[in-house]
Design a protein around this ligand. Structure first.
Ligand code: CP
Ligand code: NVA
Length: 306
């Protein structure tokens, strides 16, 4: 059974999935390949883009999606993951899960009869990274660019590190030393980068880290689940804001990405997110095209068939 829990789960197929996402966007893959198919979407945390893009992707391709909040499921009353997974996956063709603990999604997949897709955990956000790559490719016509990720070495940063390393993109994480990405993921990204020929780096020096960058990426300082640390984080990240001054150090044609939701005035300024260099709305749109390609490959077992 092929799952998408980490972006590395699709490392052999990443370029194929991205090409298909482009084809979906251009309307070149038609029909209703998901006719009669169902996707269960389990949400333990809030979502706008992930929920709507997966639901609409299923609908547009002829299938249906079920929005399942954990507070409405028996999971919320203590039914164990093992039992939920074995029962639920007798009904549906795929499951997308947004969960607090990555290990819980791994456990669900171990008891699932159908493909499981990570819709964000504390550790990774692989579908987001795919949409980010598609956006960068559309704007820069190559993956061989330098991306500077400014801020928190969180789930979004972790998946981006691995994704960049897989496609040969240089990535510098620029943030406070106490908020670096997951060390195992960073190590894995470096190993992958050796094969693809990209450079994966860490620095806390802002101007050095974003120097000549082609893509500036940021995410919130306070992710879902970090709310109790909010005041400390606002202090710790205050020098790592994506603003007009920071953009002066990047390449003049640099684009600015943000997975959204954004907090204007914290990790990014109003001027930058609304400015000419911002590509965040195209990036958000690309979630839809990427979800279609991910579902197309996983639900139809195309990745297993080769
Ligand atoms: N970027 C992203 O995953 O957005 P949502 O939290 O709205 O799904
Ligand atoms: N890092 C953010 C991403 C939201 C899409 C979070 O986990 O809340």
């Amino acid at each position: 059974m092929k799952h998408l829990l980490s972006i590395t789960d699709i490392q052999q197929d990443i370029f194929k999935i991205l090409e298909q996402a482009e084809q979906f966007k251009k309307g070149l893959i038609n029909g209703e390949p998901f006719k009669g198919k169902s996707l269960a979407m389990i949400f333990e945390k809030a979502s706008t883009r992930t929920r709507v893009s997966f639901e609409v992707a299923m609908f547009q391709l002829g299938g249906t999606a079920l929005y399942l909040s954990t507070s409405d499921l028996q999971l919320g009353r203590g039914e164990i993951i093992e039992d939920t997974a074995r029962a639920m996956t007798r009904y549906v063709d795929g499951v997308m899960i947004r969960a607090r603990e990555h290990q819980n999604v791994v456990k669900f997949s171990q008891y699932s009869d159908v493909p499981v897709i990570n819709g964000l955990t504390n550790l990774e956000h692989p579908c987001q990274a795919l949409a980010d790559l598609l956006t960068i490719y559309e704007k820069k016509k190559t993956y061989k660019v330098h991306l500077a990720f400014v801020g928190d070495g969180n789930n979004v940063c972790n998946s981006l590190l691995l994704a960049a390393a897989l496609v040969g993109m240089d990535l510098t994480v620029v943030g406070p030393p106490a908020y670096q990405p997951d060390p195992q993921i960073f190590k894995k990204a470096r190993e992958l980068a050796q094969k693809s020929g990209s450079k994966i780096q860490l620095t806390s020096n802002l101007s050095e880290g974003v120097k000549d960058a082609d893509v500036i990426y940021t995410d919130v300082w306070i992710s879902m689940g970090d709310e109790e640390e909010a005041s400390q984080r606002i202090k710790d990240f205050k020098d790592y804001q994506v603003n007009e001054n920071l953009l002066k150090h990047a390449d003049p044609n640099a684009i600015v990405l943000h997975c959204l939701p954004a907090v204007r005035g914290q990790e990014i300024t109003e001027e930058v997110i609304e400015g000419d260099q911002s590509a965040v709305w195209d990036q958000a749109e690309n979630r839809l095209h990427v979800q279609k390609a991910v579902l197309y490959n996983l639900l139809d077992n195309l990745l297993e068939k080769g």
